[in-house]
Design a protein around this ligand. Structure first.
Ligand SMILES: *Cc1c(COP(=O)(O)O)cnc(C)c1O
Length: 435
């Protein structure tokens, strides 16, 4: 079958809830993806930072295959020999008392919201049904009905109402706005839900003091600080978690000074290295113990395959020092991109990011097609990336990328931009000619 035939099949038989780049992939290895014609591409999306450990990492694939030939699912109606060891491992890795295992990111966010509300009533003493959770503008926390209820994206939200009440939004990165919101009526606020970097919104990195400031405002008012690290966690930003700030220990430390500890930590995506849907909510006993038997769950949550895969995926992050690699190569990447921004100010506005979660902002409106065309030009040259919000391109390769590979990828980006800029100059010249 040709690429076009695969695309037509999806178009005819699948819901049109995505708008993919026209490339049909059939294999992946490390930082590379291969299309059905055998063409090789650098993967600079990593499935939205799920594939931090690289495609089909042999150790993770082996864990998946060994466990799936032994025992795949028991449900939580019974104990199994993988869940306990995984829970011990995960809670020690991230320094929390307990974990509640789920599958997708959105489910983990839902779980965190439920824990937060229940804690609000049973521990904090918020009056019945009055608990509020503060969220941020331009957030992305998933696609369920409750989560899109507090989205500010009309596309994510439109015509899916009526919406779940109990959420209020403040501008992201604005500590004063958060402080003043919290001080209005702290007694009815159960939690503040924040992404330490807003990935989907276009890789918005708040000022250094923002996350510690949010945590402090929560602490002072007996409010849970809930960190959604589904995209930023597991080494992506050059620290094990983004809330670790600039701590380089990769999770070996006992709470370094830069570490801002969330009360509730949400993980997903790279927790499994992209092989399997695995998500988790972590908290200490004082919070997690509000959940008792029958009050929350999932048939697949914490299944033996998920446990085996996630443990191996986290071992890989440690053994291959992916956090440190993301930090070092992230700097080099932004340096290279900054040179391009300086050289092509008519095409590029800026580069920003942390570790290997970066974005290039294109000098075009969100409705313009420059970013899309650049992504097509990149694909033609062997690099896959996708625009977010029209004029922003996120660059997030697997963290196993080497310096030589990164430099080669930067050359591809440089060439595609030069090509686009030449077109731009060409069309400007044409305008001048015609004018
Ligand atoms: C991807 C993502 C989610 C949702 O995860 P799914 O697995 O797609 O449900 C939630 N929060 C953040 C920050 C994400 O990046």
């Amino acid at each position: 079958m040709t690429s076009q035939q695969y695309i037509d099949l999806e178009d005819r038989h699948g819901a049109h809830n995505y708008h993919p780049l026209p490339v049909v992939l059939s294999e992946g290895r490390g930082v590379y993806l291969y299309d059905v014609g055998g063409r090789q591409y650098f993967d600079f999306l990593s499935a939205y930072s799920a594939v931090n450990q690289g495609h089909c990492h042999p150790r993770i694939v082996r864990a998946l295959s060994e466990q799936s030939s032994r025992l795949t699912l028991t449900s939580r109606a019974f104990y199994n020999d993988r869940l306990g060891p995984y829970e011990k491992y995960l809670t020690e890795y991230f320094h929390f008392d307990k974990v509640l295992p789920m599958n997708t990111g959105a489910e983990a966010v839902e779980t965190a919201i439920k824990i937060c509300r229940k804690w609000g009533y049973e521990v904090k003493g918020i009056p019945h049904d009055r608990a509020r959770i503060i969220v941020c503008g331009q957030n992305f926390h998933g696609r369920t009905t409750t989560i899109i209820s507090f989205s500010s994206d009309p596309n994510a939200k439109g015509n899916f109402g009526p919406y779940t009440p109990g959420f209020e939004s403040v501008p992201y990165g604005d500590l004063d706005a958060l402080r003043s919101k919290v001080s209005e009526d702290p007694a009815t606020i159960a939690g503040v839900l924040v992404e330490p970097i807003q990935g989907e919104a276009g890789v918005f990195v708040p000022e250094d003091g923002y996350i510690p400031g949010v945590a402090a405002a929560c602490r002072e008012n007996n409010i849970l600080f809930v960190a959604d690290e589904i995209q930023t966690g597991v080494g992506r930003t050059g620290a094990l978690l983004r809330v670790c700030g600039d701590c380089t220990c990769a999770g070996h430390c006992e709470r370094q000074p830069t570490y801002t500890r969330p009360d509730v930590l949400i993980l997903g995506k790279a927790l499994s290295g992209g092989t399997y849907p695995v998500s988790a909510v972590l908290a200490d006993d004082a919070v997690m113990n509000v959940i008792r038997p029958g009050q929350h769950g999932s048939t697949f949550g914490g299944n033996p395959v998920a446990c085996a895969v996630a443990m191996e995926a986290l071992e890989v992050v440690r053994d291959e020092k992916l956090t440190q690699n993301a930090r070092r190569l992230g700097r080099l990447f932004r340096e290279r991109m900054q040179e391009l921004v300086d050289r092509h100010p008519e095409t590029l506005r800026l580069v920003r990011g942390k570790g290997l979660l970066n974005a290039l902002v294109i000098n075009d409106s969100p409705e313009g097609d420059t970013a899309w065309n650049l992504c097509l030009a990149l694909a033609e040259r062997g690099l896959l990336a996708k625009p977010t919000h029209g004029n922003i391109i996120r660059f997030a390769p697997p963290l196993v990328i080497s310096e030589a590979e990164l430099m080669e990828a930067c050359d591809i980006i440089q060439e595609a931009i030069a090509h686009l800029a030449a077109d731009h100059v060409g069309s400007e010249a044409e305008k001048v000619d015609r004018g």
